[in-house]
Every structure is written in C-alpha cells, then in structure tokens.
Ligand binder design. Structure first.
Ligand code: SAH
Length: 232
C-alpha cells in the first residue's frame, strides 16, 4: 500500500498515536490495529501534514473536519464491527473513517453531502486500494437501496437519530451517532432487537452539523430550543 507521502512514512508517529489511544482507554485490538495501519496523513490537507498524527480534528475542504483520532477510535469501538459486516457511514468527509472500517474487513457504504469532498475522498481511498461504495447526497435519509445494514455510523452531529437510519438498520444491528444541539452532542449507541431499540449515551462530543432532511436541514434553532425544554 502506498503509505508514503512526500517521501515520509510516518510509521513512528502512527505507532505513538496508537499508544496514546490505548492510554486513553481504547481497548479493542481490531480498532487499534486498523488505526495503526491506515495512513491518516494521506487523508489530511497538505498544510496539516505535520499534525496528521496529533490527537485532534483538522480542517478539510468545504468548512468540514476530519474527526479527532480518539473520537474515530471511540466510535469504531462502540460499533463492534467484525469482518463481513455491511456498514453505512453518513459523512464521508476525508474518507479516513471509511478506510478504518474497510481495514477492519467491513463492506463499507458511505454518503457525503459535498460532491467536492466525496471526489477527493474517493481519490484517496482508490489510491490506497480501499474498496468502498460511495455517493454524494443526503445521508440523513440513509441509502435504502442497499439496506439493511449491520452497522450504521453517523459522523456529523444530529438533532436526533434520523428515523430513516433506524429503519435501515438490520435486526441485531448497532447504530452510533452524535446527537444533541449544534454546540455539543452525546454519542448515542442504539442496539436494535426486533421491535425494541436500546440506547446508551456518552456525553461530551463536538461535531460539524448533520444537514439534510432528517438532520438540521429539517429543523430551526427555535425547534431545537423547544426540544431541549421538553427533555428537561
Ligand atoms: N468521517 C469523516 C468526518 C467528516 S466530518 C472523516 O473521517 O473524515 C462530517 C461530514 O459529514 C462532513 O464532510 C459533512 O459534509 C458531512 N455531512 C453533513 N451532513 C450530511 C448529510 N446529510 N449527508 C451526508 N453527509 C453529510
């Protein structure tokens, strides 16, 4: 795999990042191995190259971000992916999260709102040899053509878990999404078992907003205020 960029491999930096993630409590070896194998520096804009393995989010095109490695690791660990799983990702961004899932043996389907970002992500994924199905569009309504999915991961902050995504989740499936206001979100993990869905929440995340019909596109700040009041 051509993990070299501008003649630099970054092997040491990547190994150090994995050590940091371990120290911060990431325990799933398959997640740590994937992060140890995927060259994050190929997914970040050239001006951020020297910070590619810092544990922080970095700007990409269209005012979006490549998520912080700890957040990617935390969400992927919550997703409990095994090889062969069909996984839908909403918010391709740089393509890094999709690559981590593909590296773990998942069959990845990913949707990005900005065509320009999707094009760049596709180029990067192709260059690295990751076979990922992708399209530009509104991922808040999912990708019904290939449903159901064993796992669904939303990498942008939503006002609530989009109902279309819950419908497209397989029985026994797991969905992970940051849900909250546009300022702060909780990571929500849903487990679907027949007609029942159980939820676990982890507080304190900050994502760019999920736009579109079942994201903030279908909402106003006023609705958001009412919702907060209701949940008390
Ligand atoms: N997973 C990405 C992180 C991207 S940030 C990575 O590994 O780099 C979130 C992305 O979600 C942004 O690129 C944004 O454009 C996208 N997004 C926001 N709302 C969306 C929607 N309704 N459908 C698809 N993508 C969306």
């Amino acid at each position: 795999m051509p993990a070299v960029r501008f003649g630099i491999h970054f092997d040491e930096e990547r190994a150090e990042l994995v050590r940091q993630l371990r120290a911060r409590g990431i325990t799933d070896e398959s997640v740590l191995k994937a992060i140890g194998d995927v060259p994050r520096h190929v997914f970040v804009p050239e001006i951020w190259l020297s910070r590619a393995y810092d544990d922080c989010a970095l700007p990409i095109a269209c005012g979006q971000t490549i998520s912080q490695p700890y957040t990617v690791a935390f969400m992927t660990q919550l997703l409990t992916v095994v090889p062969g799983h069909k996984v839908l990702e909403i918010g391709t961004g740089s393509g890094y999260q999709a690559a981590v899932l593909a590296e773990m043996g998942a069959r990845v389907f990913t949707i990005e709102w900005h065509p320009e970002l999707l094009e760049q992500a596709r180029r990067t994924l192709d260059l690295l040899g990751y076979n990922v199905a992708s399209k530009a569009g509104d991922g808040s309504v999912g990708w019904s053509e290939f449903a159901p999915y064993d796992r669904i991961i939303v990498t942008a902050g939503a006002p609530e878990v989009p109902p279309s995504l819950v419908r497209q989740l397989a029985d026994g499936g797991v969905l992970v999404a940051p849900v909250g206001t546009q300022q702060v979100q909780a990571m929500v993990r849903l487990h679907k078992r027949g007609a029942s869905v159980t939820a676990t929440r982890y507080e304190g995340f900050k994502f760019v907003p999920l736009v579109g019909k079942e994201g903030w596109g279908g909402r106003t700040e006023h609705d958001m205020g009412e919702k907060e009041g209701d949940s008390g």
